[in-house]
Ligand binder design. Structure first.
Ligand code: SF4
Length: 480
């Protein structure tokens, strides 16, 4: 078999339904060319490793070796060989859980920030979330925010000056290092456009996560800096007035958000703005069948200018009510069918739409059972990972987890690393927290302060730590 054909066959070994014996045979032919004694057993083990890490990325090397039943020297040799065959690495990247590797783990490994977190070394946080919103006009039933809790308007002036100073401080080597979100709704801050313009002038490509209720033409006229955003990611809470109201508690919010988005699409064309517009849609229990209506909705937005259609969609499944992170059999088959119809409709009617299905839905599309990552209290890391990501609210409080940055949220202040303010930079806060080796002892329920990203980072750091403890220093983490 030619090397390129063999490489392709190997890279496909993690595809659901792939014929493993074909991949093993292809791998054998590759190994015979480059590594002596490329025998059947070893090829089998390597394919097994690719499949294991392609579906369960946070497996420890200890567990992987136990599963294969090989000695330490044999395992070390397998890891060395795995690293020498690019097609095997590609197989993991293309696997059902490959997005964990390609979207999150490998880029962070390349920047060395996970090592900094493991070693307890202070470095500038790789991701800085700015939470500029003093309030929110919605009350979504799944949102952790405390009803009525908000930041006083008197905090705005000082808070915006503080956020501006952080924007000026963040190193510019990663254009995606800063984003705006909440916490509460960013567009409730009347100076958020000025902050965006400031960040864009430093080269940052800012995405704003918003409910878009306030994304009106008046807001855009008052805050022209919003046009400097790289992306507007609108959380969509339903596809008609009833659904929206049931989720957000606000009457008429569906119509208003839709009108705002249509107007935004029109204005960005008229003014030739490069900002991308996308949606975030959570499939709530019992609403899988609504996915085709979502396609109609997106098509309607895109029809404003067929040359400049909607740019992206992030589709997620709501698991918040399921403690074990699992769907029932009937929910799963309904969702799988709905996804198939959705994909076909998107292919036909919105061919340029960039759809991100996230890990769980992506696995489901591939016909694989996805176990959603669920961090337990015991798995939380007392020193968290401020080298990887921090979030700042209007008070300058630096939160260690993304779902903790809400005012008056019980227990959340324990996850404040410190406060940025006049004469005190974000780096100083992080440096002090890390250098003093400060810890927050996790309490039951604290795991809800972690969003999906925090959970991935926690799982990865725990995995790396176990690999190190088991004596696999240079091979820690399997792929890096
Ligand atoms: S989820 Fe967002 S829009 Fe909904 S209440 Fe919470 S902060 Fe507001």
């Amino acid at each position: 078999m030619a090397d390129s054909a063999a490489g392709k066959a190997v890279a496909e070994c993690t595809r659901p339904g792939a014929d493993v014996s074909d991949s093993v045979a292809a791998l054998k032919s590759l190994l015979t060319g480059s590594v002596p004694e490329g025998e059947e057993r070893r090829s089998h083990h390597l394919v097994q490793l690719a499949r294991r890490y392609g579906t369960t990325p946070f497996t420890t090397l200890r567990e992987a070796r136990r599963e294969l039943g090989v000695t330490r020297p044999e395992f070390a040799e397998l890891l060395r060989t795995f690293g020498a065959v690019p097609a095997l690495r590609e197989a993991v990247r293309q696997a059902p859980a490959g997005k964990y590797w390609t979207n999150t783990v490998l880029p962070l490994e390349a920047r060395g920030v996970l090592d900094a977190a493991l070693e307890g070394r202070p470095v500038y946080p790789s991701s800085v979330g700015l939470y500029p919103g003093p309030s929110c006009m919605f009350r979504c039933h799944f949102c952790v925010r405390v009803t009525g809790a908000k930041y006083e308007m008197s905090t705005l002036e000082g808070g915006n000056a503080m956020l501006a100073s952080v924007i000026d401080e963040v190193p510019t080597d990663n254009p995606f290092a800063v984003y705006m979100s909440g916490g509460l709704e960013p567009l409730t801050n009347p100076a958020v456009g000025t902050l965006v313009a400031r960040a864009a002038a430093r080269g940052f490509k800012i995405t704003m996560y918003t409910n878009s209720f306030a994304l009106t033409e008046q807001t855009l006229n008052r805050q022209p800096g919003l046009w400097d955003l790289n992306g507007v990611r609108t959380s969509l809470y339903g596809l008609n007035d009833e659904e929206y109201e049931a989720t957000t508690g606000k009457k008429g919010s569906f119509r208003r958000v839709k009108a705002n988005l249509l107007r935004f699409m029109k204005l960005r064309t008229e003014q030739d703005r490069s900002v991308k517009l996308g949606l975030n849609y959570l499939i709530l229990p019992g609403r899988a069948r609504r996915l085709l209506d979502l396609v109609d909705y997106m098509e309607e937005l895109s029809a404003v200018n067929p040359d400049r259609p909607l740019d992206f969609l992030n589709l997620r499944q709501d698991y918040s009510g399921r403690d074990d992170g699992q769907l029932s059999g009937s929910d799963r088959s309904e969702l799988r069918d709905a996804l198939a119809g959705f994909e076909e409709a998107v292919r036909d009617r919105l061919p340029t739409l960039d759809v991100d299905y996230g890990y769980a839905l992506n696995s489901m599309r591939c016909g694989v059972e996805a176990n959603l990552l669920r961090t337990t209290t015991e798995q939380m890391r007392p020193r968290a990972h401020p080298q990887v990501a921090v979030q700042l609210d209007l008070l300058g409080d630096v939160y260690l987890y993304r779902e903790a940055g809400f005012p008056d949220l019980p227990g959340a202040t324990r996850y404040i690393a410190g406060r940025v303010g006049p004469g005190r930079s974000l780096y100083q806060v992080v440096d002090e927290f890390v250098s003093e080796r400060r810890e927050v002892a996790p309490q039951s329920g604290d795991e809800y302060f972690l969003d999906g990203f925090d959970q991935v980072i926690t799982a990865r750091l725990n995995q790396l730590e176990d690999d190190l403890a088991d004596g696999w220093g240079p091979a820690r983490g399997f792929l890096r």
